[in-house]
Design a protein around this ligand. Structure first.
Ligand SMILES: *Cc1c(COP(=O)(O)O)cnc(C)c1O
Length: 398
């Protein structure tokens, strides 16, 4: 019999009662160090006093008015995002997938408004993840998400990971742009390298097409820069963000240059809830913290320490961990053992992590962690690897 809750998730049998910074307290009273971070969402940890105060204050005043009227919180957050990034303009939605949808529509509209409506196709990369709406599963191109949902939305051409020649060859008279995550998240923390991103920028300029970055997971300091493309020293034309922007409150946004957004005039796109006053109050509060220069400095300092410690663990437990990769506090442990075994072994020992493609375990901790929590996490990872390494020997002895 189907459960009242549609069973689309393979959930762990675990529920949480409350959070304190980088820790989660389960309904059983057990305490967990949260290196899942709500899948790269809770960048300021749980129950951050500044975010709680911002949400409380807004909740007592006004929740929702719709976009029939001006929303001051939206104007303020947009101005601040524009000041902090390449962008000239921002559209607010409620999720990552919506942010990518807006980006896709904008890229198509850009060419249509310039008299080239046939330029509607976006090149994407194998292993990508851009969300679960019909268009974003087509963009991601992963069979497991497309199967059974009817014809794939047209307009996406997928090329193999890191194959620059194939990508170049895929550009044709119908190409509107390239849609890519600077580091693949759900695909298994797979970095393309910053040179590759620079090459993509040059390619887009050469062909008059748009570079559309999905920084939903890599954004908001996760990689040690406010946005990952800053490492490459390039800027996109359009960028989708979400996850960290709300620190746990659902919100997403599509950022663009004035040129790329030129076709998006009144009536071309919209959302009832998008840019809701509650979401904007929290988004602005997140920026209060994240935009301080010492924020990303701290991320880089802690990340270096974590990476150093993980390199030692990977050396010691080569039978379990094949490679440590990623940037900043977006870390992938490419496993030799089954990644879900490691996720479970870590959870059994009080550390939350997230599985990903390419047999990888993701560590996406709140960006406010310090060296103490790194030591705690590394201790648990060491124990879990030791226990998993011991398993085959035990079986063999039977
Ligand atoms: C999470 C994620 C999305 C989808 O975001 P939702 O809020 O789940 O719709 C899209 N792209 C990337 C890179 C993501 O990490």
């Amino acid at each position: 019999m189907i459960t009242p809750l549609l069973p689309t998730y393979a959930r762990a049998d675990l529920a949480f009662d409350r959070g304190e910074g980088p820790y989660l307290i389960a309904t059983t009273g057990e305490r967990f160090l949260d290196f899942a971070g709500g899948i790269a969402v809770n960048i300021l940890g749980h129950a951050h006093p500044h975010l709680v105060a911002a949400l409380d204050a807004q909740a007592a005043k006004l929740w929702h008015t719709s976009n029939l009227y001006r929303v001051p919180g939206q104007e303020r957050l947009a101005e601040r995002l524009v000041a902090a990034t390449f962008a000239d303009t921002v559209f607010f939605g409620n999720s990552g997938a919506e942010a990518v949808e807006c980006s896709i529509k904008m890229a198509r509209k850009y060419h249509a408004a310039r008299g080239e409506p046939e330029r509607y196709r976006l090149i994407t990369v194998e292993g990508a993840f851009h969300g679960r709406t019909l268009a974003t599963i087509a963009a991601g191109g992963q069979k497991k998400y497309l199967e059974g949902f009817g014809p794939k939305v047209d307009g996406f051409d997928q090329v193999p990971f890191g194959d620059h020649a194939a990508l170049k060859a895929a550009i044709g008279p119908q190409t509107a742009g390239i849609l890519i995550e600077p580091i693949q998240g759900e695909g298994g923390i797979r970095p393309f390298g910053w040179d590759y991103l620079r090459e993509l920028r040059a390619l887009c300029d050469e062909h008059g097409i748009l570079l559309v970055l999905d920084e939903i997971q890599t954004g908001f300091g996760r990689t040690g820069k406010l946005f990952a493309h800053e490492w490459a020293g390039i800027t996109p034309d359009i960028m989708a963000i979400a996850k960290g922007l709300g620190g746990g409150f659902p919100v997403g946004a599509c950022l663009a240059t004035e040129k790329a957004a030129a076709g998006m005039t009144a009536g071309t796109h919209g959302s009832t809830f998008g840019g809701n006053p509650l979401a904007m109050a929290v988004g602005n509060a997140v920026l209060d913290v994240v935009l301080k220069p010492e924020f990303v400095e701290q991320v880089n300092r802690v990340a270096n320490y974590l990476r150093q410690q993980l390199a030692m663990i990977a050396d010691k437990h080569g039978a379990i961990i094949e490679e440590v990769r990623g940037e900043g506090l977006m870390v992938g442990l490419k496993c030799k053992t089954t990644n879900t075994d490691l996720v479970n072994a870590l959870r059994d020992r009080g550390l939350l992590s997230v599985g990903a493609g390419d047999n990888t375990v993701r560590l996406l901790p709140p960006l406010i962690i310090d060296e103490t929590q790194v030591r705690e996490a590394v201790g648990i990872i060491n124990d879990a690897c030791g226990a998993l390494a011991y398993q085959p020997a035990k079986d063999a002895a039977k």
